[in-house]
Design a protein. Sequence first.
Length: 104
Amino acid sequence: MIRKASIMYVYKDQFDEYRRRHDEIWPEMVESLKQHGAHNYSIFLEKETGKLFTYLEVEDEDRWKQMAKSDICKKWWAYMEPLMETNPDNSPLTIDLKEVFYLA
């Protein structure tokens, strides 16, 4: 498995809505994540700054990259865009993190 971590940003007045939407994540989004090889996907919030720390494991980097091209992912991004910092294509503004330590 490939471990991936990143930082995204949710607007401070949208914490509750962001959580609600993830609590009610669309079944077809979950299925697509799994089809693209995602496992152990977690998102953590730092309330003081609105930073979201994301962690997931993927089976294959190329397969995972195809997720961003899927219609359901683009629909999800548009749904989440009002709640967080995004790029012009509605994808979340993301800072990829480099792993510097791992204890199995």
